[in-house]
Design a protein around this ligand. Sequence first.
Ligand SMILES: [Zn+2]
Length: 304
Amino acid sequence: MVLRDTGLRHTAAVVLVAVLAGAGVMGGCTGTPTYSGELAFSFLEKQCEFGPRPPGSDAHEAMRDWLVEVLQGYADEVSVQRFTVLDTEGNEVVLSNVIASFRMDARERVLFGAHWDTRRIAERDPDEGNRDRPILGANDGASGVAVLLGLAAMMADRSPRVGVDLVFFDGEDGGNGGGFDSFCVGSTLFAGRMGDYAPIYAVVVDMIGDRDLSIPVEVNSMSACPSVVRTVWDAAERVGATSFTEESGTAVFDDHIPLIRAGVPSALIIDFDYTYWHTIEDTPDKCSPESLWEVGAVLAELVY
Ligand SMILES: [Zn+2]
C-alpha cells in the first residue's frame, strides 16, 4: 500500500488502532470513510483543462500521462495496456487502458471502470457549424474518471476490504454513431486479454456528473446481471444517494457490455438524460461536486 499520510496522521492512526484493540474490537476500522465530491470535482476540472481529449490528439497524450502520474501516487500498482487501432477514417491511433490496482494481496477483487477519452465530434450539437468540433467531455468522459480518482485518493489513505482494480478505458467514444463496432474499443480489448483475471463483479460509471443527476436502472445491466444492480442500488440506499432511482432507464451500449460478454457480472451507472450529450456545451458548469459525491460514495460503500 502507498502511504500518503503525514507522519503525524500516521501516528494518530496507530494510536486509534491501539485504543480499538484495548476495547476488544480489533479488526481494523469499521464503516466507510467520507468520500470527497469536491476533490473529485477538482479532478474533473483538471481533465477539462487539457481541452478535448480524442485519441490521436496531443491533449489525449497529455491526459494519459497525467492520469498515470496521479495514479502512481495512489495505487499499489499501475499498468498501461497500449494498442494501435484504426479510427473511423482509417488513421492509426494509439489507445491506452490505464489500470490501477489496490490490495494486490486480495484474491477477491472488484473492477470499477470509466472511459477517459472524449468524443472527437459534437454530432448532436444544435448548431450545425459545431458538429465536426470535438467535445470537452466534462460529463461524458471526465466525470467517471473523476469519481474513480476520488476513490483512488481514499484507498491510498485506507485500504479497501477487497482488492480493487480501477480500469480507465480508452477509445469508448470513437464510434461513428451508426454501428456499435467502433465504440468501446478499449474495453473490448481489455476483456479479450483478461486471462485468469476474474473480478467478482464490475461497475462502470459514465456521465454521472450532471448537476441535475438522476440515475435509473440501466436496462442491459438489469437483464444480464440483476444481482450486481441490486448490490449497487442497495449501497446507494445505505449511503443516502437519492439520485439512484428504481425506475427503468435506457438500454445503453457502454464499457460494461464487453465485460459482460467476457463473463464478468457487470452494471453500468449512467444518467443518460443529459441535454448537452455530444455537444460542445458538455462543460464543467453543467456538473457538480454533489453529483460526483452521490456516485463516489456508493462505490466507497461497496469496497469498505
Ligand atoms: Zn459519449
